[in-house]
Design a protein. Structure first.
Length: 169
């Protein structure tokens, strides 16, 4: 099992290459950034649960698989856009969440809102910039006057804190 700092170091050193790799597969900067970030979180979880012999190769594999998953999802979404009106309407009704699911989602949203209020200001701002403003880590680091690694750490800390709060709820 790798330590959290080892996985972060691997990620930070190779982040640009990973985004470039995802960009080649997806042909899109925006999705490439998201895929690499999601892959990192999956990578951290995996390295906490088991010993990964080749962590960089493992991380690249996660990025590749997430790219392919995203491509399939986008293709499905596109094919749904090509349906006739009646078929699209029936799909819409299938995707409407139940009342119970809606209530649960609202409760989770409230937990996250409260968790964000509990975060240190700089951590909360970095998270909001990234998740709600679609700022890159580079832009966050420039706006907050911190390094890119610190910007990433702030967003990661906020995500971890919100995840912990959701698990406790």
């Amino acid at each position: 099992m790798q330590s959290g700092s080892d996985t972060l170091d691997i990620y930070l050193v190779h982040r640009g290459e990973l985004v470039g790799y995802a960009r080649k597969i997806l042909g899109d900067d925006f999705h490439a950034e998201d895929v690499v970030q999601e892959a990192y979180f999956q990578f951290v979880k995996a390295t906490q649960e088991k010993n990964v012999v080749e962590p960089l190769a493992y991380l690249y594999g996660i990025v590749r698989n997430r790219c392919f998953d995203l491509q399939r999802k986008l293709a499905r979404d596109q094919s749904r856009g090509d349906l006739d009106a009646n078929a699209a309407l029936s799909l819409l009704f299938e995707e409407i969440p139940s009342i119970e699911r809606n209530v649960a989602a609202r409760q989770e949203l409230e937990v996250v809102r409260k968790a964000l209020d509990e975060l240190p200001e700089r951590c909360r701002i970095a998270f909001e910039m990234h998740r709600f403003g679609n700022f890159t880590y580079k832009k966050i680091s420039e706006k907050l006057g911190v390094s890119m690694g610190t910007a990433h750490s702030l967003v990661f800390q906020a995500l971890e804190y919100c995840s912990e709060k959701l698990e406790l709820d």
